[in-house]
Design a protein around this ligand. Structure first.
Ligand code: ZN
Length: 211
């Protein structure tokens, strides 16, 4: 949602050639979050533009209703807070051959994921409240990642942790040290003044790769 909407295809190509490992689509329904953004048509129409994996971050109520609209995504991320049957949903996403990721909001404790851990591949820790670009980083997120890392060590060490929200060189490095492996770049890390999107992406990746 941070890309130039008048030139989406060009931004995709530029970021892919600069080394983007994934493209992250923020899907908002105006109910789970107070904003409306991209839908399945944009994701599906851009699929042929890039070979890089696509991830659909569903910030929607009752995500089970929408899964079959995002079959061209490689990774499907749903919010723990948005569904009443997360284990059933994780299994149905897996049965479609997709990578399953569960997102948690800043106030959701990591322990809430305990019994879901054998069912999923990744966890997305929201480091801002979901809904808008350009918010301030929530410092508690560092502590949360550390707690989650301990929990994963005991329950399912193969699960990867991803972070989303206000990821810059500074917050990214601290999260990396806490155990994060996947970073979503937005207006704090890639789409900002002071460099091209390629330069900013490379700078962010270099800073995180060094740790
Ligand atoms: Zn997102």
């Amino acid at each position: 949602m941070c890309m130039n909407f008048r030139n989406l295809e060009e931004d995709f190509r530029r970021l892919e050639s600069a080394g983007a490992d994934r493209f992250h689509f923020d899907i908002m329904d105006g109910h789970f979050v107070p904003n409306i953004t991209l839908g399945q048509d944009i994701l599906n129409s851009l699929r042929s533009v890039s070979r890089v994996p696509f991830e659909a971050h569903l910030m929607v109520e009752n995500p089970e209703r929408f899964i079959d609209r995002f079959l061209s995504a490689d990774i499907i991320i749903f919010h723990l807070e948005a569904t009443k049957a997360p284990i059933r949903l994780a299994r149905s996403i897996k049965s479609l051959g997709k990578i399953v990721s569960v997102a948690i909001n800043p106030a959701t404790p990591p322990e809430a994921l305990t019994f879901l851990l054998p069912e999923i591949d990744e966890i997305l820790v929201m480091t801002v409240e979901p809904g808008f670009a350009g918010q301030g980083f929530i410092e508690q997120s560092i502590k949360k990642v550390k707690i989650l890392k301990d929990l994963l060590y005991r329950e399912n060490p193969s699960v990867k942790i991803e972070v989303d929200g206000a990821i810059s060189v500074d917050t990214g490095r601290r999260l990396r040290e806490a155990g994060v492996e996947i970073f979503v770049g937005g207006t704090s890390g890639i789409f900002m003044d002071g460099g091209t999107i390629e330069e900013n992406l490379k700078k962010l990746k270099e800073a995180l790769d060094k740790i």
